[in-house]
Design a protein around this ligand. Structure first.
Ligand code: NDP
Length: 327
């Protein structure tokens, strides 16, 4: 018997609870992991609250990421005692996830825990931080270098935004943070933003093209914000879009793309190929400042997770939430 967050949907309704689960109930997989830490991501908030159909079947253990120690393996790459990290692959959506003390998964989905990290450290980064690195890698691959000019980060005080700011500032970019919570201004400046601007500058319907300002951008918000970011990106610039915290729609015109050669590049962490994942985790190990990461994260216990689902979707969580699954 072990502890897990369990989501049920039946005649009694949709509900998430802190519950007991048995090893026999774990899904099929060739690697069993004793989890030490997981995290709460925006998608976990959607799963826990049922606000979006993230969970494909029930009962489900949510949690799109975890870090822990292998206890059993018939996969050639892993043996008992190895420390591993998992992000995505539908875990916590279609396959029981990381908000539990144990998980059983396909070894193909795992990456070794980088030597530079403890499992708590890796989960302070979590899927949000790993996605932030994928966005930074995407901008770099599209020629957005620090000397090209300012880079914008939307949803700045959230998980992806906070880590993206720290990473971009570390690489020498001038980062402008967009936030709807002015009380987090000092926090965002401490992560390396050189300026913080209000969310309202981007959230209303705008013109097809605006004054060119950004060499690049990381957008987690979508909707009018993403349209306005594209419309104000400089000639030849690039926008890495990974989120929908403000909406799924994209009410934009093609003007920035066909008149300014702007690239709108999608970033997906869930099905991202293994080689890119390994590269992202290695770059995180090399580049992410440990003190900044500590200032970004807050720790909660597994028993406290459920109420945080709602807070997440209201945009009330700052930075990253690490979950110690043993309390
Ligand atoms: P968080 O909730 O931590 O951060 C989102 C931030 O967006 C908030 O902190 C807030 O920042 C801002 N925000 C919230 N609501 C609104 C709104 N209505 N309008 C404008 N801004 C808003 O989430 P994460 O950082 O974990 O994830 C961000 C997004 O990225 C989510 O949509 C998530 O699903 C997506 N994502 C996608 C991945 C992928 O593989 N493509 C992987 C990981 C995340 P502030 O208070 O500073 O304004």
């Amino acid at each position: 018997m072990f502890k897990a967050v369990k989501i049920e949907k039946d005649d009694a309704g949709y509900r998430a609870e802190y519950a007991d689960v048995t090893q026999e109930q774990l899904p099929e997989g060739d690697v069993t992991v004793r989890i030490s830490h997981s995290t709460l991501n925006y998608k976990d908030g959607l799963a826990i609250t049922g606000k979006s159909p993230v969970v494909r079947h029930f009962p489900m253990v949510p949690g799109i990421d975890f870090a822990g120690e292998v206890t059993e393996s018939s996969h050639p790459d892993y043996q008992a005692g190895d420390w591993v990290v998992l992000n995505g692959w539908g875990v916590g959506e279609k396959h029981w996830g990381g908000l539990a003390q144990y998980a059983r998964v396909s070894g193909d989905w795992l990456v070794p825990l980088p030597e530079a990290f403890s499992s708590r450290h890796a989960m302070a980064i979590g899927t949000a931080g790993y996605t932030a690195m994928l966005c930074v890698m995407k901008l770099a691959s599209l020629g957005v270098t620090p000397e090209k000019g300012e880079v914008l980060v939307t949803g700045a005080a959230g998980g992806v935004g906070s880590v993206a700011i720290a990473l971009l500032a570390q690489r020498g970019y001038d980062v402008v943070a967009v936030s709807g919570r002015p009380e987090n201004t000092d926090y965002l400046l401490s992560l390396g933003a050189k300026e913080v601007v209000g969310r309202e500058l981007f959230s209303e319907p705008g013109k097809p093209l605006g004054k060119e300002r950004w060499a690049g951008a990381v957008d987690v918000v979508g909707g009018h914000t993403l349209a306005n970011v594209c419309a104000t990106t400089k000639y030849g610039g690039a926008v890495a879009a990974c989120g929908l915290a403000g909406g799924m729609e994209l009410p934009a015109t093609v003007a920035p793309f066909i008149l300014r050669g702007v690239t709108l590049a999608g970033v997906d962490s869930v099905m991202c190929p293994k080689a890119e994942r390994l590269q992202a985790w290695q770059l995180l190990a090399n580049e992410l400042d440990a003190d900044k990461l500590e200032s970004i994260c807050e720790e909660i216990g597994l028993s406290e997770v459920v109420p945080y689902g709602e807070a997440f979707l209201k945009g009330e969580v700052k930075g990253r939430l690490v979950v110690d699954v043993n309390r």
